[in-house]
Design a protein around this ligand. Structure first.
Ligand code: 13P
Ligand code: SF4
Length: 336
């Protein structure tokens, strides 16, 4: 591998968002990553939407709630986050004294991008009697402007834990928000954001697929639009979807979420068939382009050079922590 010094590495990260150093193609990246984890007492947390190779080398694979809970309890000195920026930020907020690394700083999220802090602050100020519940898929600035954070695993319980008279703003996912309004019967004000991956599924093509696989169960993530969710046999977070495929007797599943989760579904149920739900166009749109920016090479380089690192102000770390701690506390109460 071409070796550069740490200053050059930081300059490269400033320019590109990641380290772009040629890695010897003969290098066994799996054993190199294992070596770095041990040498640096570093824990590797990965979301289910990561490439299979990254999932295979991770210490913990989970959905957004599981990853936040794992970040809160880790004893490691360093955290490398194979996921997207808001997830690594959450890990940093929970571990202000630890180094938190993200292989590519440009691994963002369309939901997080949909809520710029200045516009959201103005919106919140217009509704001072509302409590703000924000989906964890938002920037640290939005977290700092929120009262409680939630994920797709605990949103329903968090909403139901509030008095019926409490007025609520739900941000930034309008699809998850609309689903929660239907589930809980609560009239919430919704921010107009959406996930580019979950918005793309085609009702027409899923209908055709179901005709071809009449015994298949169609499972979907609540970030999908209402017409898609209406067709689903089961709706849940990535962890809930995975558990459903493990416990349900069906042998075929049409999977309405990012295709990375199928890796774990196949590992735990090798005798079952998993078909990615088709998007509107013939693109690979159920691969999240942000999640897929992380590669094994970038992961290895970021652990070796300890950059890109997630950094934020003391103020943001403090203010962002309050609504995340509330989420973790409510999740504990409900054993989530
Ligand atoms: P969960 O991890 O809560 O299932 O959310 C899915 C997602 O889109 C993460 O970016
Ligand atoms: Fe964001 Fe959607 Fe990608 Fe998740 S799948 S990181 S919500 S764009």
């Amino acid at each position: 591998m071409a070796v550069i010094n740490i200053e050059e590495a930081k300059m490269q990260v400033n320019r590109k968002g990641y380290l772009d150093i040629a890695v010897d193609p003969g290098l066994d990246l799996f054993s190199e990553i294992e070596r770095l984890k041990k040498e640096k007492n570093c824990v590797l947390l990965a979301h289910y939407y990561q490439d299979a190779d990254i999932q295979d080398v991770a210490d913990f694979i989970g959905d957004s709630l599981g990853l936040a809970q794992e970040a809160a309890r880790t004893k490691a000195d360093m955290i490398v986050f194979a996921g997207v920026h808001f997830m690594a930020e959450t890990a940093k907020i929970l571990n202000p004294d630890k180094k938190v690394l993200l292989p590519d700083l440009k691994a963002g999220c369309s939901l997080a991008d949909s809520a710029p802090a200045d516009l959201f602050r103005a919106f919140r100020e217009k509704h001072p009697d509302h409590l703000v519940i924000s989906y964890i898929n938002c920037t640290a600035e939005i977290k700092a402007l929120s009262d409680i954070i939630c994920t797709s695993s605990n949103a329903e319980k968090i909403i139901e834990s509030l008095p019926i008279s409490q007025k609520i703003i739900f941000a930034p996912d309008k699809n998850l928000g609309a689903y929660l309004k239907r589930k809980t019967g609560r009239d919430m004000l919704l921010w107009n954001g959406a996930c580019i991956v979950h918005e793309i599924f085609s009702v027409k093509k899923i209908t055709e697929l179901r005709a071809r696989y009449p015994r298949a169960k169609f499972i979907a993530h609540p970030e999908c639009e209402e017409p898609v969710l209406k067709m689903a046999d089961f709706i849940g977070s990535t962890t809930a979807l995975l558990k459903y495929t493990q416990s349900n007797a069906a042998k075929e599943f049409i999977v309405g979420t990012e295709s990375g989760i199928i890796h774990q579904m196949k590992i735990s149920s090798p005798d079952k068939v998993f078909i990615p739900a088709p998007p509107e166009t013939n693109c690979a749109c159920n691969d999240c382009p942000y999640m897929k920016l992380n590669t094994l090479e970038k992961l290895y380089l970021c652990m070796e050079y300890e950059t890109p690192e997630i950094l934020m102000s003391e103020d943001l770390l403090k203010k962002g922590r309050i609504p995340i701690d509330r989420m973790l506390e409510i999740s504990r109460q409900y054993n989530l």
